[in-house]
Design a protein around this ligand. Structure first.
Ligand SMILES: [Zn+2]
Length: 114
């Protein structure tokens, strides 16, 4: 088998000028950007955890350490949206999602139903 020499001749005769050209997939891929890889984790999860209350209902619990050194521990029912926690962080702790995009999401964030 002279497979090696075949490959070699293929390489030498092939007129590919730049071996480091972008892969075919990049070129072929359609240009529509339907794929939204937006993180579905909200910024509030830096300050809230998910938990269950005494009725076994999903809640979110504020983890912000207050000025007196204690944890806030305020609970909100976790209905799938984060607006409760969102507004709490602002009203109680003046925490906002700085550096993130403005409120143009919320559309497909309703997915997680218990
Ligand atoms: Zn709080």
């Amino acid at each position: 088998m002279s497979r090696q020499s075949q490959i070699t001749s293929f390489l030498t005769t092939s007129s590919n000028p730049s071996p480091s050209a972008p892969s075919h997939e990049d070129l072929i891929q359609p240009s529509k950007k339907q794929k939204r890889t937006r993180k579905r984790t909200s910024w509030i999860w830096e300050h809230f955890i998910k938990d269950l209350n005494e009725n076994n209902e999903p809640v979110i619990v504020c983890q912000v350490i207050k000025e007196d050194g204690t944890k806030c521990n305020v609970q909100f029912k976790h209905d799938g949206s984060t607006s409760n926690g969102n507004s709490h962080l602002w009203s109680a702790h003046q925490i906002t999602k700085v550096g993130l995009q403005p409120e143009e999401k919320q559309l497909n964030s309703q997915k997680q139903k218990p």
